[in-house]
Design a protein around this ligand. Sequence first.
Ligand code: FAD
Length: 464
Amino acid sequence: MSFDYDLFVIGAGSGGVRAARIAAGHGARVAVAEESRIGGTCVIRGCVPKKLMVYASRFADEFVDATGFGWTIGEARFDWPTLIANKDIEIARLEGLYRQTLGRANVAILPQRAVVAGPNAVRLADGTLISARVILIATGGWPQSARDFPGAELTISSNEMFDLPARPRRLVVVGGGYIAVEFASLMAGLGTETTLLYRGEQILRGFDRDVRNHLTGELEKRGLDVRCRERIKAVSRMTDGLLVETENGARIEADQVLMAIGRVPNTAGLGLAEAGIRLDAKGAIVVDAASQTSVPSIYAVGDVTDRINLTPVAIREGHAFADSVFGGRGVIVDHRLVPTAVFTTPEVGTVGMTEDEVAAKGGAYDVYRSTFRAMRHTLGGRNERMLMKILVDAVDDRVLGVHIVGADAGEMIQLIGIAVKMGATKADFDATMAVHPTASEELVTMRSPSEHHPARAVIASHAL
Ligand code: FAD
């Protein structure tokens, strides 16, 4: 049977672009449909613009701290439209690079929406029906919309944050995940009076509890108003901005209200159920370890499968899919021990298990924990403390988790991730010579555990 293409990719984001390019490199005839801009969430409205804004937000600290090192700095002023315009130029540049890469690989780019029309068919928005031997769904995710309170329509999502015409003077961020916390932190750094409202007991659910507590303290020191166990009740318009009312009776005035309450897989209206593709309760596509759906000719990678929703994971899944299906070698992505960062100021870097996860296993373990003021803050006079925590299996000495809060934690955890992935023991950390003077030397110089937890009966993790 002949098909228009060997591979049809729906969505030109992190996972889709990589899969299309690699499959084409293996000789497949490939087309990719994109309804928005090439590059997807990460490049257009995620990691990249966010990190540029994080960089912008950190200059204020440098200007203040520099005085302790002898500098006299004139009046520093920040111009939001300049940042947004320069960010847009950079993103257009990256989008162009992605487009070039696909073009060079002979991947056909179809700039419109596509939906699944059968095991080997997709339908474009203009009605064209295209056949393909294999279909890859890489449609990513979308901010969960807020509808359950009056005035929800006055709020914005992370998508709009990148294009606001003016910097809000006052901002309320609702949510406790990494996107909420990162935006709250960076906007506070840019001088916006920021309140973070989170309905749970502590921000960054799923992260190590010491990290969550330490980061909250540091963010508060920097003037961020973190309010946990707070639910938004209503938003209304005032003459000067918006009024946010919470269920606990707080009234907070704001110029913008950012809802960062989670993301949903982009599967609505894609024709998936009709094609027999199994979805989970959240609407994510159910796939096996090879990213194959319940329809053998249809695969899915990235956020739409809701495994680990990060760009490097989507890229790895797209690459493995292309190598397996078109390159003749079966590659399975290993989703264990994925290092991650939260780009707050200070940053979080984490790899491996949290202490609650280690405790739930029931085996004996040691905790190495250190909090200290980094050298760079001494003359600058900044009252910021770093946290480093290593969790070690007390029986075989293996490092189970490393958690860092402090400057450059994201950079550090990328490298520590290699050691942990290789199965490093605490003795390996100890045998590594320190680089002095650095903050990260603390990771190889912590000698005595701050806590030893003997083995105990395993208790269900939901009881923790
Ligand atoms: P996406 O990149 O979302 O791409 C999907 C593409 O499909 C989109 O371009 C969309 O327009 C297109 N599409 C959807 N439906 C259709 C259709 N029917 N037809 C045609 N095209 C369609 N990850 C990190 O690793 N580090 C970070 O620091 C980080 N920061 C983030 C910050 C924010 C604010 C957000 C929102 C996300 C962040 N992420 C980060 C997550 C990261 O962006 C995603 O994990 C990643 O983009 C997922 O890639 P993907 O290929 O699955 O989907």
